[in-house]
Ligand binder design. Structure first.
Ligand code: PYC
Length: 411
């Protein structure tokens, strides 16, 4: 047990607050809309790397209540495009340093990530991904059924299943993490550097004068600012509409669920794109599972019976021995899908309005790198090389970054 916990227990005082409450100031240098891992990370790196501390993070509910608290915590960089691989690889590296950087255990468990291939076509895609990954220096290779069985004994790799396992893309650095800890870590360290985090603060309008942003209207009053970052998920188009910026984004719910806790038996992450399943076992023993996005655009965050039925059927194709395991709870998050399944980061046609949006099903794993690089963009007024492929103007320039083939989630 860490010494600081023992000291706290002995002196009988409650632990210090991780972040404070402040009155809202009339103006800030930067206002970040969205108190998820992305918005908080950007606030943290603005302060840490660029000395910009007069920043407000506005969150309409509580921090981490959106996509950051509704994902299945998978971290990986085995993408399909070189641009994607480079970008997510920086995120994995930042996640690797996070516990030490925050002196706070974010429980990053790099246990290995396997994407199963059930058809020849899927094996070809995995080979292509492995080549692209390796050229970018990312540890990723195609393995056969015997090695898969060694890494994951309960998986049915026999020739009997309806969807035989022909191979897998194996990505050893892939892992899972404690998602709340990531949010709390960024919030704590942004707060310590002077950032104001305002929860229960909803943006109702954005003021624009002479072609530039001048302020943000909230349910708690007006804030003057010349720089607004839209770091929301689910509501990114609502916020962008306030200033007339059109985003090529449609929002779909993505459901997930956990089972009752089981004894540890699964110490890798298993993904099957064809069967629309991904699963890992948490430190509490629960199986954390997800499937495809809902088949219709919506803002609904409730679970549905058809989702659990479909997921359970597909899980049993892979793990027949789980037939009697009970599902404990389910939830949904909102995924902002773009036409090429890559995010949108950077400047917009409106001066002072920048975006970190369109994360689809990839958002949580990118929080550190997008926070760090969006902070750099805001501080320097230049687009960092790593972000250039994801600029909004790519949709008019016919320069898309097609990342659908790297999705774990069926679409
Ligand atoms: O891209 O690894 C992923 C993922 C899993 C669940 C949602 N996205």
């Amino acid at each position: 047990m860490p010494i600081k916990l023992i000291k706290q227990a002995l002196n009988g005082r409650p632990p210090p607050r991780m972040w404070r409450q402040h009155d809202i100031k009339g103006s800030y240098d930067v206002v970040i809309i969205g108190g998820g891992a992305h918005g908080l990370a950007c606030a943290y790196y603005l302060a840490k790397n660029h000395g910009i501390t007069n920043t407000a993070v506005l969150e309409k509910r509580y921090i981490g209540s959106g996509g950051s608290g509704r994902n299945t915590t998978i971290i990986r960089s085995n993408y399909l495009t070189p641009e994607g691989v480079r970008f997510y690889d920086e995120s994995v590296k930042l996640y690797e340093q996070m516990s030490a950087e925050f002196d706070f255990n974010v429980m990053f468990s790099q246990r290995g990530h396997l994407t199963l291939a059930h058809t020849d076509a899927a094996v070809r895609t995995m080979r292509r991904r492995a080549e692209v990954n390796q050229l970018q220096g990312v540890d990723s290779r195609v393995i056969g059924p015997q090695e898969i069985k060694t890494l994951c004994p309960p998986l049915d790799v026999s020739s009997h299943p309806r969807y035989p396992v022909l191979g897998a893309l194996y990505h050893p650095p892939g892992g899972i993490i404690r998602h709340d800890a990531v949010v709390w870590g960024y919030a704590t360290h942004a707060d310590r550097r002077g950032v104001h985090i305002h929860q229960l603060t909803e943006v109702t309008g954005i003021q624009v004068e002479n072609g530039r942003v001048t302020g943000v209207e909230t349910n708690r009053g007006l804030i003057k600012t010349g720089m607004v970052l839209n770091a929301t998920a689910g509501w990114c188009t609502t916020i962008a509409d306030m200033v007339g910026v059109k985003l090529p984004i449609t929002t779909f719910p993505l459901q997930a669920c956990v089972t009752e806790p089981l004894k540890p038996f699964l110490d890798v992450i298993i993904v099957s794109g064809s069967l629309h399943v991904y699963v890992s076992q948490s430190d509490r023993g629960e199986l954390v599972m997800g499937a495809a996005v809902d088949p219709f655009a919506s803002y609904d965050m409730r679970g549905s019976l058809s989702f659990v039925e479909g997921l359970a059927g597909h899980m049993l194709e892979l793990f027949p021995s789980l037939a009697h395991v009970r599902v404990l709870r389910q939830w949904a998050g909102l995924c902002d899908m773009t036409p090429d399944y890559s995010p949108v980061m950077g400047f917009t046609p409106l001066t002072g309005f920048v975006v970190d949006v369109g994360w689809g099903t990839y958002g949580f794993k990118a929080a550190p790198v997008s926070g760090k690089r969006m902070a750099e963009l805001i501080a320097t007024n230049e687009t960092p090389e790593l972000l250039r492929p994801f600029r909004l103007s790519r949709f008019y320039e016919n320069d898309l970054v097609g990342e659908k083939g790297a999705a774990s989630v069926g679409h």
